[in-house]
Design a protein around this ligand. Sequence first.
Ligand SMILES: Nc1ncnc2c1ncn2[C@@H]1O[C@H](COP(=O)(O)OP(=O)(O)OP(=O)(O)O)[C@@H](O)[C@H]1O
Length: 315
Amino acid sequence: MSDLPAALHVRSLHKTFGSTAVLDGIDLHVEQGSVFALLGANGAGKSTTVRILTTLLPFDSGTVEVTGLALPAHARDVRERIALTGQYAAIDDVLTCAENLRLAARLAHLPSATIADRVRELIERFDLGHVVDRRAGALSGGTARRLDIAMSLIAAPQLLFLDEPTTGLDPRSRLVMWEVIRELAADGVTVFLTTQYLEEADRLADRVAVLDAGRIVAEGTPDELKALVPGGHLELRFGTEPDLDRAAAILGGDSDRVTLTLEVPTDGDLPHVAALLNRLADEAVPVEKFGLHSPTLDDVFLTLTGTTDRKKVSQ
Ligand SMILES: Nc1ncnc2c1ncn2[C@@H]1O[C@H](COP(=O)(O)OP(=O)(O)OP(=O)(O)O)[C@@H](O)[C@H]1O
């Protein structure tokens, strides 16, 4: 753990709406300069968490420190150090891209002498040059999201909150956004993002917390989380039941007589997989098809939350 104050430190955070406990005592710790993903299905409490951490919503009890400053006492100072890009862009549709950026700069009280340079820098960095004079309302979803992030970075925040940054984007725009987030992290900005997409958390985050019904049910690096679920396996399919039975006798594993498949545990290491296949070849057992299955965050999510609605948690 670094000597720097944590970007975020949350202990036993509770939030109730009416009689519903939306956050039921969550703990979070985010190191400076890291990318942290809060993963959860619809309604898990992700946006509520972000709204509390960004000073927009009061909480009932617990400790919340953002960039080393306690909330709610230091809300004003915290707001100067953070930025938030929500699911719904804070862009003014009738203004052009450049005008939106200049407006954001004035709202952030940037000295007027520095505004033009800062706007130019962000236009270049976020590849907005070709749309700079276009009305923001006419931008594609992905470009609007890039403009939104550019606007939120105008005052160089220490900590950037991205609430579901790629929800609703097509796969290509999602890849562009992932690249943008990686570059921010490489520049030292701490990124706290929420997502419903396991692949997004896997690809981007140094650490991931899984939020389910207002509780953190797991936290760790993507690899640590994957280690929580049963390991990978080699799936072998055979043409006949006798072949399946012979293979099962040789290799062990779980066989399924309906699909004529055998699942044999493996860590996915090439020599191990090759050795398994060679044993069947040595005994002249014909394999029709085979495939390797490694544990994914999908498996973690399904195991931990019991959710079977895969649409919600992966795409
Ligand atoms: N102002 C409010 N009053 C009452 N209930 C609320 C309020 N805001 C959120 N909730 C409830 O709190 C729960 C968590 O909502 P939240 O928006 O934090 O979830 P989420 O994980 O961000 O979901 P999504 O992915 O759909 O945005 C939901 O059941 C929601 O209906």
